[in-house]
Write a protein that binds this ligand. Sequence first.
Ligand code: PLA
Length: 430
Amino acid sequence: MATLSLAASSAARRPALLPPRLLAARAMASSLFGHVEPAPKDPILGVTEAFLADPSPDKVNVGVGAYRDDNGQPVVLSCVREAERRILGNLNMEYLPMGGSIKMIEESLKLAYGEDSGFIKDKRIAAVQALSDTGACRLFADFQKRFLPDSQIYISTPTWSNHHNIWRDAQVPQKTFTYYHPESRGLDFSGLMNDIKNAPDGSFFLLHACAHNPTGVDPTEEQWREISHQFKVKKHFPFFDMAYQGFASGDPERDAKAIRIFLEDGHQIGCAQSYAKNMGLYGQRAGCLSILCEDEMQAVAVKSQLQQIARPMYSNPPVHGALVVSIILNDPELKGLWLKEVKGMADRIIGMRKALKENLEKLGSPLSWDHITNQIGMFCYSGMTPEQVDRLTNEYHIYMTRNGRISMAGVTTGNVAYLANAIHEVTKPN
Ligand code: PLA
C-alpha cells in the first residue's frame, strides 16, 4: 500500500508539446492566460483522438471501452430505439428535479440492491441521478470531502485512470492498495487482504463491483465474502463503482453479487451506476449515485446534501437518457429484450477473447495467452509493455492504452487475425 506517487499528479500538469508556430506566439504574448499550459492528453480518450487522426485504412481502435458490433460499428440497442419511439412526440423536456428522475432512480436501485430489497422498502438509500458513472463518482468524492474532510480514499493498483483525477479534483487524499499480481496475471489476494487489514479503521475503499478495469480480474464469490468480512472487522466503507453491470457475465443480477454480499453482511455502502455500457447510452450520461444510510431520516438528509452539491455544478441532470432507462426497466417486455441484448454483447466479447487467443496460438506464439480468456468484462490486460504498445500503434496502426489494455469490445471477426499477428510480432522473443 502506498501514498499515490507525486509522479502521477505532476504528470497531469506537465505541458504537452506545442508546435513551434504557437510557441513563438506565446512567447510574445503577455496576456491574462499566458501562463496556461496545454493539458496532457487523457490516457484513454487521447487514444481515440490519435486513432481518428490516422488516415490508414488498416487502423484498429481497441482503446476506449465502447462496444462495437462484429462489423466494427457502434450499436444502439433495439430496446433503446423502442423507448425513444415512445418518447418522441409524447413526452416533454422539462427540467428534472435537482436529484433527477425519481422513476429512473427507483429502477436503478432495484438493479443494484435487488428487486425486493428491504433497504429500498425502508427508504434507507439516499440516491440521485448522476452524469453517468463518472458524475456519480465525482458527486460522492465531493460529498466525502465536504462531510468527512479528514478521510482518504483507497484505490486499487491499477485502476481506471480517471479515478485518480476524480478524487484529486475533489481534494480527497489518495492511497493505493494491492490488487493485481503481474506474474500470474490474476488477483493478488493476500496482498489485497493485508492492505485492507493495515489501513486505519473506518477507511474508504473504492471497489470495482465487477469487470475490474483495466485488469479484467475479479475476486471470486468466496474471496468477496472474505473481503466483506474483513471490511466489517475494520469498519471500512466500501464505495462500489459498477460501470459494467451485465457486461461481466451477461447477467446483471450475477454481476451485482459482490454488492449483495456486502449488503447481507450489514455494511453501509455507496454505489455508482452507469447505463453507458450495459444500455449503450454512452453519450447520454445516464447514471445513479446511491448511499445506503442507517435510517430514512439520515437518507433524506444525505440526499438533500447530494442535491446541494449538484445544484451549483449542473443544476439538474439530463432528461433524455433518464426517460430511456426508466421506460425500458419499467416495462417487463422491454426489460426482457434489454437482458437478451446485454447478454448478446457480453457473449460476443467472450467469443472474441477465444478467437484472439486461438489466433495467437495458431501463429505459434510461445507465450501463454490463457489470461485473455480467464479475464472478464470489456478489457484484456494483455501484459504488453508501453514500448510494445507503441510498436503496435506506429507499425500496425493499432490504437490502445499504453498500459497494454485491449478493449475486447473493439475486436471483430474482421480484425482479430490482424490484431493477433501484430501482437505476435511485437511480443515474440528475438
Ligand atoms: N468507472 C469505470 C471503472 C470505467 O471503466 C468507466 C468508463 C467509468 C467509470 C465511466 O463511465 P461513464 O461513461 O458511465 O461515466 N471507462 C471507459 C471510458 C469505458 C472512459 O475512460 O471514460 C474506458 O475506456 O476505460
